[in-house]
Design a protein around this ligand. Structure first.
Ligand SMILES: Nc1nc2c(c(=O)[nH]1)N[C@H]1C(S)=C(S)[C@@H](COP(=O)(O)OP(=O)(O)OC[C@H]3O[C@@H](n4cnc5c(=O)[nH]c(N)nc54)[C@H](O)[C@@H]3O)O[C@H]1N2
Ligand SMILES: Nc1nc2c(c(=O)[nH]1)N[C@H]1C(S)=C(S)[C@@H](COP(=O)(O)OP(=O)(O)OC[C@H]3O[C@@H](n4cnc5c(=O)[nH]c(N)nc54)[C@H](O)[C@@H]3O)O[C@H]1N2
Ligand code: SF4
Ligand SMILES: [Mo]
Length: 738
């Protein structure tokens, strides 16, 4: 464990102070900072705090904040390098408009915004208001998300707008809403240190959330760490139990575990009776999940499964955590709920070191869940609820009739809308679908069909910006103000510490000028600055489970080291606890105050391996130094040294040996949708019949299969069938089918 900690863990303060580190020690004298300010990191949902050192008001270096309850002086390589990537030569510095020769040419902001308004209005006039849609993000401040959602839906009459959080968090949102009555991850990071059993499902915490992993490493209770993941990930290597189950067999496994807990009477009967509904039906349902059934479905041995159940029973404080291995599945919602069920039936919720805990991905996915105005109405409200619409309208001083009466189409429904000729104009903000969306060539074909595509991004070279008719240059993290909400519901403040290059503007400023040019500026008279919008958000949250009316302002948030929601006016007491969790009183958000047991018969993987495509492809994060589609992380010299430059495919040792494939050989990976050429990386960490490709490489999503969870509409990125061939055309066969 300690070796792993060193090799893949973050760079700590100690390293900073060493002469060879990246920190202050190596700065030339003329760059010694004059002042220091603080901001929250703009990559992952951990929400580490960084001290940014300034000279002439501009950032010159940074170091992790010691006295912040999230990261305690630690940061991962992306955080350390966050400033470097802002200076890249491909930053979008002026608006770009496609000319008659189909070339993107620089233009003025005035022309850019006027063209935006003219083209989208013309489309709406010809094809109806709903023919323009937007796709947004979990990576801009909450104030900007709220502005975008309100401007698009109430000001511009857009009905359909979704976020890249659909690719990521939609499953957890639906699972929580159905089970608890509100989208409410219950935990606080301190729980990583207080559990004696930590169950990580489909989460490679060690590299996707390195500082959360550091919190696990600080746990003084010598916890059992159980990793449920088909791959022997970095996290699994450091675990005490690894369950390398067959992909997407989690549901069978957890129903089987529930059955064992019931059979052996390892339940918290009182909690079940007082705080839940649906347990008797669930008890009946899981009878079908005998250990024999579960061993066949998962490929795990009886002993491994029983030991897992026994460890849950023996744990005094058991926490269940999940990430994309659960959410990105054709049955993600029910899988997340199967974990929630395990926590409920053993009473592992609402107490220190417990919980059914979805770990978020992007820095502000949680802000998007509450305030993006896509699936839920601003402030975690419901579009379909007339009282909610009335409340939001009154708070904003707008006519309730401008608020749509139903939630937007989901991401893939919007893309299908393009195919059906229903959507003609699309505005893409802070996301890169031409790289990250599932079944990429289809996605690109769809984008090409649009009459008008606007991309608002920091860089002009992203795969999506290259397809755009109009590129709007955006300031990024570090170049603007606002707030984020991290995985444990903690609101943190981000600050402008650097001037954006050229004419790039904050997304906030872009939304303001579009509102004016569109003719709905009056609706946003009070939306003058991020802090003004924070006040509006507070009002919108009043009376909701995410009530934040007790937060005074950004200064209050900073003084407390971030503040977790909820904090209503009534909650503000003399001392605010730095670590707060939900459901300590056993009351959930459904009208009866109880949590629900939810379950359903598992379904097979839509595209299992076949004779033609005999391998299962898994995808996900590759290293702690790569971020998604790499628009940012590829701009750092330091980060680029920490990962392979070109796409690679991990192949099981026995499978590779059988075909004489060695690490470094070039192979072709083909699915029904496309193919790519990659370098083979032969490894014992994969099971036979499975291969893995990191999502950071542009080619990865040529292969993936557009399959969705029926409730959350989240794409299932982590299971499709592929064939492997040498470049000479010889096909590889697994030593055993997957
Ligand atoms: N360095 C880095 N960190 C990141 C990001 C990044 O791009 N780079 N992105 C951030 C974002 S937005 C997100 S959403 C998170 C994602 O964080 P994670 O979800 O931890 O990362 P992934 O690698 O996508 O997937 C986790 C694991 O799911 C496993 N898996 C695949 N199929 C199954 C299955 O059927 N069952 C189970 N139990 N496991 C399965 C995969 O083998 C993989 O190891 O990371 C965040 N942090
Ligand atoms: N095969 C496969 N595909 C996946 C996944 C997987 O596991 N496997 N994971 C999925 C998941 S969980 C996620 S979250 C998505 C992520 O997919 P994307 O959202 O497409 O990935 P990013 O690279 O983060 O894209 C963010 C874009 O916003 C820009 N940007 C950054 N900051 C700002 C800003 O402040 N303002 C503006 N306007 N632009 C900005 C960046 O330059 C970048 O182009 O990928 C999904 N795709
Ligand atoms: S762990 Fe996440 S929040 Fe912390 S420094 Fe790394 S990327 Fe930033
Ligand atoms: Mo994500």
């Amino acid at each position: 464990m300690s070796l792993l900690h060193r090799t893949s863990g973050p760079l700590t303060r100690e390293l900073l102070l060493q002469p060879s580190g990246f920190g202050l020690g190596q700065l030339p004298a003329r760059l010694k900072p004059e002042a220091t300010t603080r901001t929250v990191c703009g990559y992952c949902s951990t929400g580490c705090n960084l001290n940014v050192h300034l000279q002439d008001g501009q950032a010159v270096s940074l170091s992790p904040t010691t006295e912040y309850p999230v990261n305690l002086g630690m940061a991962c390589p992306k955080g350390w390098e966050a400033l470097t990537v802002l200076d890249a030569p491909d930053r979008a510095t002026t608006p770009l408009l496609r000319d008659a020769n189909s070339k993107l040419q620089p233009t003025s902001w005035r022309t850019g915004v006027m063209t935006f308004v003219e083209r989208f209005k013309a489309i709406q006039e010809k094809h109806g208001k709903e023919s323009v849609a937007f796709i947004s993000t979990g990576q801009i401040p909450t104030e900007e998300m709220a502005f975008l959602g309100a401007l698009a839906k109430f000001g511009m009459g857009i009905k359909h707008g979704d976020g890249n959080t659909r690719q990521c968090m939609a499953t957890a949102v639906v699972a929580y809403k159905q089970a608890f009555g509100f989208d409410a991850p219950p935990y606080t990071y301190q729980d990583f240190e207080e559990s004696d059993v930590i169950v990580l499902v489909g989460s490679n915490l060690c590299l996707a959330h390195p500082i959360m992993w550091e919190r696990v490493m600080r746990n003084p209770h010598r916890p059992e760490i159980i990793v449920v993941d088909p791959r022997m990930t970095e996290t699994a290597m450091a675990a005490t139990q690894h369950l390398p189950l067959a992909p997407k067999s989690d549901l069978d496994l957890f129903y089987g575990i529930a059955r064992i807990l019931i059979e052996r009477d390892w339940l918290d009967d009182r909690f079940i009776a007082e705080h839940t509904t649906g347990f008797d039906e669930f008890r009946q349902f899981v009878q079908a999940y005998s250990i024999e059934h579960v061993t066949i479905a998962t490929g795990l041995s009886k002993e491994v499964i029983e030991r897992f159940a026994q460890t849950i029973h023996e744990g005094k404080r058991v926490s269940f955590w999940w990430t994309m291995g659960v959410n990105q599945s054709h049955q993600g919602v029910r899988t997340a709920q199967a974990l929630i069920n395990l926590a409920l039936m053993t009473g592992n919720i609402g107490k220190p070191g417990t919980g059914a805990n979805s770990i978020t991905g992007q820095c502000n996915a949680m802000g998007s869940r509450l305030f993006s105005n896509t699936t839920s109405l601003l402030g975690g409200h419901d579009f379909a609820n007339a009282a909610h619409r009335e409340k939001v309208a009154t708070t904003l001083g707008i006519d309730p009739s401008v608020i749509p009466t139903e939630a937007s189409w989901s991401y893939h429904e919007i893309l299908e809308g393009v195919l059906r000729g229903k959507i003609k104009g699309l505005w893409v903000i802070c996301t890169n679908p031409a790289h990250s969306w599932i079944n990429q060539s289809h996605c690109r074909e769809i984008l090409e069909r649009l009459d008008f595509l606007v991309v608002q991004d920091m860089y002009s070279t992203t795969e999506t910006a290259r397809e755009a008719d109009l590129v709007l240059p955006a300031a990024g993290w570090g170049e603007k103000d606002g707030s984020f909400i991290n995985s444990e519901r903690r609101i943190g403040v981000i600050k402008k510490v650097k001037k954006a290059p050229g004419q790039a503007l904050s997304d906030f400023a872009i939304f303001r000028s579009i509102a004016e040019a569109w003719g709905c500026g009056a609706m946003f008279r009070d939306w003058t600055s991020p802090s003004a919008v924070f006040e509006i958000m507070k009002k919108l949250s009043r009376g909701q489970p995410c009530d934040i009316t007790g937060i005074r302002d950004y200064a209050h948030v900073e003084a407390e080291g971030g503040i977790q929601w909820p904090l209503s006016e009534a909650d503000v007491s003399a001392t605010l606890q730095a670590q707060r969790r939900l459901f300590a009183d056993g009351r959930f958000y459904h009208a009866d105050g109880r949590a629900k047991f939810l379950f359903e018969v598992p379904r097979p993987i839509p595209e299992g391996p076949s004779d033609r495509f005999p391998f299962v492809l898994l995808t996900g994060r590759g290293t702690a130094s790569q971020w998604h589609t790499q628009t940012r992380t590829s701009k750092s010299d330091v980060l680029r040294k920490l990962y392979p430059a070109r796409v690679y495919v991990e192949i099981n040792l026995a499978d590779a040996r059988r075909s004489g494939i060695k690490s470094g050989d070039r192979v072709r990976v083909t699915s029904q949708r496309g193919n790519l050429e990659a370098t083979a990386f032969v490894t014992p960490t994969l099971q036979r019949g499975q291969v893995f490709i990191p999502m950071h490489y542009e080619e990865c999503n040529r292969l993936t299969d557009a399959v969705f969870d029926p409730y959350s509409k989240q794409p299932s990125y982590k299971a499709c069938a592929v064939a492997l061939t040498t470049l000479g055309g010889a096909s590889l066969q697994p030593t055993r089918s997957a």
